[in-house]
Design a protein around this ligand. Structure first.
Ligand code: NIG
Ligand code: FE
Length: 385
């Protein structure tokens, strides 16, 4: 197995389980697809190959634990209307459902491929992809089959909205034949627990049916207003609950006590003009916080975790180090992954080299393409693929 030594690392952000988060003047050795050694440059062991990074910073590859990449169509007109003062309405999801049902498998696959490329160029090395714009047995199963070509972290979101007809009958469909067809392609099951989507009993029914099929639960909750979704996620011991924009003290206590990760999606608040979630309050209460893009055509059409990190620092009270951790190590935890998100021996050698001396520049220099190169499994992505 061949080894590569990366030198000239001005600052190496590791988020290592033991030891400091950040090392200065560091080096890293990769052996095959994993990290073999991390430490001060002066103590670096020899390797088959040597790459001098010329004083750049290195961080773990971003882990985007929440995205909806399988869709067709465009909702930029809705965005323009929101920027002119209209409110976000989750009902816009149905517009994308119609376009997605009309697209061919090849069109959907090509579109997901383009978005994954976009993510890679911005440093995302692990990502989750949900279904949820098909909402028929056939269209949910094929959405997940497309997603599974790009990631193992696939999530069945048949319970996104009720596409048409009677809600109770739709929940029967989601928990019955749709789940049967989707489960072979999915690792996770999710539901949108919100007024206008699914209530807490319906969300519970979907998560329990998913669990009976071997799928693990995650949940969209408390995005558009207060509600019982976050407490349901805590009660069921889900690994993560996502959005968490409107929380009361009981919600925060429940998250702390359950250990459920609060995944915040600041691209949504940027794009809907809602108030940002209060990450500081959660962190100070001892809740674990992840950040993800929620990349979707309605509420957050960004694929950029650097952008989300900058928003989290500017608008949600996180330090730059906390925000980068939330988009790497805690994002990995939100997918229950212990092989990525951290740079220490034994982890996958997935990392991002920044055209900057420190990870702080991700927030300090918003909108600047700072990703110099991306390495996945010990190999550089060139060109990005
Ligand atoms: O995560 N919250 C529900 N689903 C998406 C929005 C989907 C859409 O508007 O198309 C979200 O924000
Ligand atoms: Fe979402």
């Amino acid at each position: 197995m061949s080894s590569t030594l990366l030198t000239g690392i001005a600052e190496l952000t590791t988020f290592a389980t033991d030891g400091p988060d950040v090392l200065e003047r560091a080096a890293l050795v990769m052996e095959g697809s994993t990290v073999a050694w991390v430490g001060p440059e002066a103590e670096a062991p020899d390797a088959d190959e040597r790459v001098d990074l010329g004083g750049r910073a290195v961080i773990p590859g971003f882990v985007d634990s929440h995205s909806h990449l399988v869709f067709a169509g465009d909702r930029s007109a809705e965005f323009t209307a929101r920027m002119a003062g209209e409110a976000y309405a989750a009902g816009g999801i149905r517009t994308t459902v119609a376009a997605t049902r009309a697209a061919t498998d090849e069109q959907l696959t090509a579109h997901v491929g383009r978005l994954v490329q976009e993510m890679r160029r911005q440093g995302t090395t692990t990502l989750e992809i949900k279904s949820g714009y098909g909402l028929t047995v056939r269209d949910e199963a094929r959405s997940l089959a497309v997603a599974a070509q790009f990631t193992d972290e696939t999530t069945f979101l048949g319970a996104h909205v009720v596409p048409e007809g009677d809600p109770a009958a739709y929940v029967e469909l989601v928990t019955g034949p749709m789940l049967d067809a989707a489960a072979p392609y999915a690792r996770w099951v999710d539901a949108f627990c919100e007024t206008g989507a699914f209530d807490v009993d319906q969300a519970r029914a979907v998560l329990e049916a998913g669990r009976a099929h071997g799928l693990r639960g995650r949940l969209h909750a408390n995005q558009l207003g207060p509600g019982p979704g976050v407490r349901l996620a805590a009660e069921l011991g889900l690994v993560a609950v996502d959005h968490c924009t409107y929380l009361d003290d009981a919600d925060v206590d429940a998250l702390r006590d359950s250990g459920t990760i609060a995944t915040l999606l600041p691209g949504v608040e940027f794009s809907t003009r809602q108030p940002y979630p209060d990450a500081r309050r959660l962190l100070d209460a001892g809740v674990r916080v992840a950040i993800a893009s929620d990349c979707n055509p309605g509420s957050s059409f960004t694929s950029s975790l650097p952008f989300c990190v900058a928003l989290a620092v500017r608008e949600m009270g996180m330090t730059p180090t906390e925000a980068v951790r939330a988009a790497t190590a805690t994002g990995a935890a939100a997918l229950d992954r212990d092989d990525v998100g951290v740079l220490e021996p034994g982890r996958r050698a997935d990392l991002v080299v920044l055209d900057a001396p420190s990870h702080v520049h991700l927030a300090y220099r918003p909108g600047v393409p700072l990703v110099s190169s991306v390495w996945m499994g010990g190999r550089p992505l060139t060109p990005f693929s």
